[in-house]
Design a protein around this ligand. Structure first.
Ligand code: BGC
Length: 754
């Protein structure tokens, strides 16, 4: 290896303190020209280059000129080593590049989509997925991931609901922390940890009408109570970087929003990492109507943005703004210093090839061990939505008809945002069932329908080359063939729902029901009189009242990652007992959206148990109830809750209360139950939600076993942001609820006293 020559002092590896790097950063800044400083703020996408081509690629010249701070969308240790070599050998100051990627739910070993992972309610498991993702990505040259995405989302029309942890700020915060910990470990300089980038600050999930990139607008009080907590939690957990969102907040797009990026993020929350924009978000402020590229770039820098993803507004205009006195050199130095600091923290100044160990790529990516873990983890994310007469689990015997547009499809298994997946090696449900059943039962297959009968819609659902294997025959013919197959079987497994690219970025839907052709298939299958189990593929909550009313068993498997087929088969045949619980509400119809459990009471609440009452808050044509509430999910066994007990009826600010409940597994199978603790602040200076999650525990119980499950509640759990955005608790009465979902709960009461 060519020795790496430093024009400045190397970092002290023994300490990650900012102060350790400050002097080094200052001395480096003093050597840099304005152009070189602006170069550090520039993050182009690498595009596809083949190994050996890096020195001739269109960005090589820019790197030599010191016009690039990092690259993303480039992978393999070999390629990244080549590119890094240009930076550290051929540029004047030899500053290493940072290499980023969207490692969202696994790398080559793909885990379920984030929304699915959240349904495990298992923080160790979620942290483990991030850890494995970091090991694999860093073995492939990457040291920075654009994850976790922690945007609270309450609108299932928004396709990116698939990428987050659902609707709840408390659960979302726990998950945000677990992910950051998993990626970053305890020591960012280790070659198998990566820096995380929490995104998208802020409120991206509240896009109006669920249309991606759309405007958001909300009160500060809602913002701080309901949307901000997960971002803050990720920052408290030490996330090294933050990504801006595309949307506006209070009329100013995030990337120009100084209140957000400086006052809140840095001053209130104490964030000291760097801020990168989302893809071309600075340039997009021209269309938002904030000025030309020079103006919006200056606004972004002034607001607190450090790195410009793709758009090159910083690179091409900030010098002019400096000359005009619109920005100062110290604005540039601040941003540049933060990026250099991240590179110090990652250990890149000591060894720019730290993440380019060709050996690791051979032995640490897509290993059998990782794949085995992915299989086990996937099964923990499935949510059993219905199971009439214990139709599930299936027995491994007789003849099973496997029917559905994606039942024998590999490329749709990993789910949206799985850019490093080995799609051809993903496990289809057909593969998985055959492997799990072996020769104990016969599996017959028919496609049964397309995802959509409309070829235009299906083409959109098959973006990025994720073929749905479209069948050109008329609908009736495809269905008739499936009915014949079903008639020969003892039981039908109907694989119904979305293709993976029907959720994710720029995949909003105004109609969130099952596409008509698939419903026609389901009807035909049900008419055969055979028992039908519906396996649901989806990246969002769907409005599936008809399916709930007509299909006896429904297992929601989301998009379960590279080992999906095995994991689904494990659950269908009872090797694993489903224990996932929904983290977003399923509406009865799209008109109820946004619908979430922690809503306010209003001044005219509908009395409990009443379906409709004039002059109360409700609809003429649908009840207020969701189809499936937040926290909901069944098991092959039954759990019963009894004996809710509060250790005292009042606490002061320094005291704690124990809430306990008896949980019994009264069914035939061993299983795990997510016990959920909610509270309601009955009287406060501002209106409070009817329920708020403040704790949960995943408890394993053998068949017939009972356990006492206890939670500790203290004053801290009762805090919220008041009208002045102060984080306070207020004395008064509180209700406590414990149950297996947000609707079916046992209730108690206590007071917080001065
Ligand atoms: C997405 C981000 C992503 C970025 C880089 C954008 O379109 O909104 O979430 O990290 O692209 O790929």
């Amino acid at each position: 290896m060519t020795p790496f020559m430093l024009a400045y002092a190397p970092s002290d590896e023994s300490s990650g303190q900012e102060s350790t790097y400050a002097a080094k950063i200052d001395s480096l800044l003093s050597l840099m020209t304005i152009e070189e400083k602006l170069g550090q703020l520039n993050l182009p996408a690498a595009g596809d280059i083949t190994t050996g081509q890096a020195s001739n690629s269109n960005f090589a010249e820019k790197i030599r000129n010191g016009e690039v701070g990092g690259l993303f969308n480039i992978k393999t240790a070999a390629k990244i080593r080549e590119v890094q070599r240009i930076a550290v050998e051929e540029s004047r100051l030899k500053i290493p590049l940072i290499f980023g990627m969207d490692v969202i739910h696994g790398y080559q070993t793909v885990f379920p989509i984030p929304l699915a992972l959240s349904c495990s309610w298992d923080m160790e498991l979620i942290e483990r997925t991030a850890r494995i993702a970091a090991i694999e990505a860093s073995a492939d040259g990457i040291c920075w991931t654009f994850s976790p995405m922690v945007d609270i989302a309450r609108d299932p029309r928004w396709g990116r609901i698939a990428e987050g942890a659902g609707e709840d700020p408390y659960l979302g915060s726990q998950i945000a922390k677990a992910m950051v910990k998993g990626y970053q470990g305890d020591d960012l300089t280790q070659n198998n940890t990566v820096m995380s980038c929490v995104k998208h600050l802020a409120l991206y999930g509240a896009a109006e009408a669920g249309r991606d990139y759309n405007t958001t607008d909300m009160s500060r009080i809602r913002m701080f109570n309901e949307y901000m907590p997960p971002y803050k939690a990720a920052i408290d957990a030490g996330a090294g970087s933050v990504m801006t969102s595309f949307n506006e907040i209070d009329g100013i797009p995030a990337s120009a929003n100084k209140w957000l990026m400086t006052d809140v993020l840095r001053q209130q929350w104490g964030f000291d990492g760097f801020v990168v924009t989302d893809y071309t978000a600075i340039n997009e402020m021209i269309d938002h109507g904030l000025g030309d590229l020079q103006q919006v770039s200056a606004l972004a820098l002034k607001a607190g943005v450090d790195m410009d993803m793709v758009g090159e507004g910083f690179l091409t205009t900030l010098k002019k703004s400096l000359e005009k006195g619109i920005i100062s050199e110290s604005d540039i130095d601040k941003a540049c210093g933060r990026i250099l600091e991240a590179k110090y923290q990652l250990g890149l100044f000591d060894d720019p090839y730290r993440y380019c160990d060709l050996q690791r790529a051979e032995t640490e990516i897509f290993t059998q061990e990782h794949r085995n873990e992915a299989r086990e983890i996937a099964a923990e994310t499935f949510v059993l939505l219905k199971n009439e007469n214990n139709l599930l689990p299936l027995e491994k015997k007789g003849t099973i008809a496997l029917i559905g547009p994606l039942a024998n499809n590999k490329v749709n298994m990993p789910g949206t945002w799985s850019v490093a997946a080995r799609f051809d090696e993903a496990i289809s449900l057909m593969d998985g069932m055959e492997s799990v059943v072996g020769d104990q039962a016969e599996i017959l297959y028919a496609k049964g329908s397309n995802v959509y009968q409309d070829s235009l819609l299906e083409a959109r659902a098959a973006a990025f080359g994720k073929s749905t294997g479209r069948d050109p025959r008329p609908e009736a013919e495809i269905i008739a063939e499936a009915v014949e197959v079903a008639k020969k079987a003892d039981v039908v497994v109907a694989v119904i729902g979305e293709a993976s690219e029907m959720s994710g970025e720029s995949s909003s839907r105004s109609d969130i029901s099952i596409p008509e052709t698939q419903r026609n298939l389901l009807k035909a299958l049900l008419e055969t009189g055979k028992p039908v189990v519906m396996v649901l593929f989806t990246g969002r909550p769907l409005a599936m009242t008809w399916e709930h009313e007509n299909v006896p068993a429904i297992l929601n498997v989301w998009f379960a990652g590279s080992e999906a087929g095995y994991a689904i088969a494990d659950a269908l045949f009872g090797e694993v007992n489903p224990s996932g619980k929904l983290t977003t509400t399923f509406p009865q119809n799209v008109g109820q959206v946004p619908i979430y459990y922690s809503h306010k009471n209003t001044g005219r609440p509908l009395p409990e148990g009443v379906e409709y009452q004039k002059f109360t808050t409700n609809y003429l044509d649908v009840t207020n109830e969701p189809l499936y509430p937040f926290g909901y999910g069944l098991s092959y066994t039954n759990f019963e809750y009894s004996d809710l007990n509060l250790s005292t009826t009042s606490i002061n600010k320094n005291q704690k209360l124990t809430v306990s409940v008896q949980l019994s597994n009264t069914g035939k199978y061993d299983g795990a139950e997510v016990v959920q603790l909610y509270m309601r602040d009955l009287v406060a200076s501002v209106t409070r939600p009817v329920k708020e999650l403040i704790g949960f525990q995943k408890v394993e119980l053998q068949a017939g076993e009972s356990k006492t499950v206890s939670f500790t509640v203290s004053e801290e759990d009762l805090r919220f942001y008041n009208y002045d955005i102060e984080y306070v608790s207020e004395p008064g009465e509180f209700e406590i609820f414990v149950g297996g979902n947000s609707r079916d709960v046992l209730t108690g009461k206590f007071s917080l006293v001065e």
